[in-house]
Design a protein around this ligand. Structure first.
Ligand code: FE2
Length: 191
C-alpha cells in the first residue's frame, strides 16, 4: 500500500446515529456555544446581554467523532441549535466560510425548522429552508449559518471535506449582509 503524503491512514470505524431522536451516540467531541459566545453577532446587543444575564443559556452544540483534518478524509457532525429570539432576531450559529474556501458541505436536517443562510464575499445572500428530511447543499465559496425559526431544536447532520477548516473571522468583520427577523410573527430575511 502506498500512502499519499498529507492524508493519514486510520482504521475504519462506525458511529451510532439515532436519526429519530437526532442524536449522535458517544460523540468524542462536543462543542458548546452559549449566548455569551455570540456577542457581536446580533442586531440588538442589549437583548443579548439580557439573555446572558438570565443564565447564559446554551445556543448550540456540535457533536463529532473527529477524523484527521486532512484532504481525503470526510468530517461530519450533528449540530443542535436551540430555538429562541434575541430581540426580534432568531437564534443562529456564528456562521463561517471554510478556510479552504473551495470546499462545500452537505446539511441533512433531522428535526426542527429554520433556514440555512448563505452568503458570498461579494455580497450575495441566499436562504434555503431547513426542515426534517430536507438537505441543503452549501457550494464552495459560500459562507453558511443556520437559523432556527421554529419552536424546537433545529438538528442537522453535516458532512464536508475534512481539510476545509473554519474561518469565522471574515464573518466577524464583514457580517452576513442580511438578518432573519420575526416580522408579524413570521421569519423574514431583511438586508
Ligand atoms: Fe461549514
Amino acid at each position: 500500500m502506498k500512502l499519499v503524503p498529507g492524508t493519514s491512514f486510520i482504521e475504519p470505524f462506525s458511529v451510532g446515529l439515532d436519526l429519530e431522536a437526532a442524536v449522535m451516540e458517544d460523540p468524542s467531541r462536543v462543542t458548546v456555544r452559549k449566548a455569551s459566545a455570540m456577542r457581536g453577532y446580533y442586531a440588538d446587543p442589549a437583548a443579548l446581554e439580557r439573555l446572558i444575564a438570565s443564565g447564559d443559556p446554551i445556543h448550540y452544540k456540535v457533536y463529532e467523532v473527529p477524523v484527521p483534518e486532512e484532504y481525503g478524509h470526510l468530517m461530519y457532525c450533528i449540530s443542535e441549535l436551540e430555538p429562541g429570539l434575541v430581540g426580534d432576531e432568531y437564534f443562529m450559529t456564528k456562521g463561517h466560510y471554510h478556510s479552504v474556501v473551495q470546499t462545500g458541505e452537505i446539511y441533512l436536517c433531522l428535526r426542527g425548522e429554520g433556514f440555512m443562510v448563505m452568503k458570498t464575499a461579494d455580497g450575495r445572500v441566499v436562504a434555503e429552508p431547513m426542515a426534517r428530511n430536507r438537505m441543503v447543499y452549501v457550494p464552495p465559496y459560500w459562507a453558511h449559518r443556520s437559523v432556527n425559526t421554529g419552536t424546537e431544536p433545529l438538528v442537522s447532520f453535516c458532512i464536508y471535506g475534512a481539510e476545509a477548516g473554519h474561518n469565522y473571522g471574515d464573518i466577524e468583520t464583514e457580517g452576513f449582509g442580511a438578518r432573519m427577523l420575526r416580522v408579524g410573527g413570521k421569519p423574514e430575511l431583511r438586508p
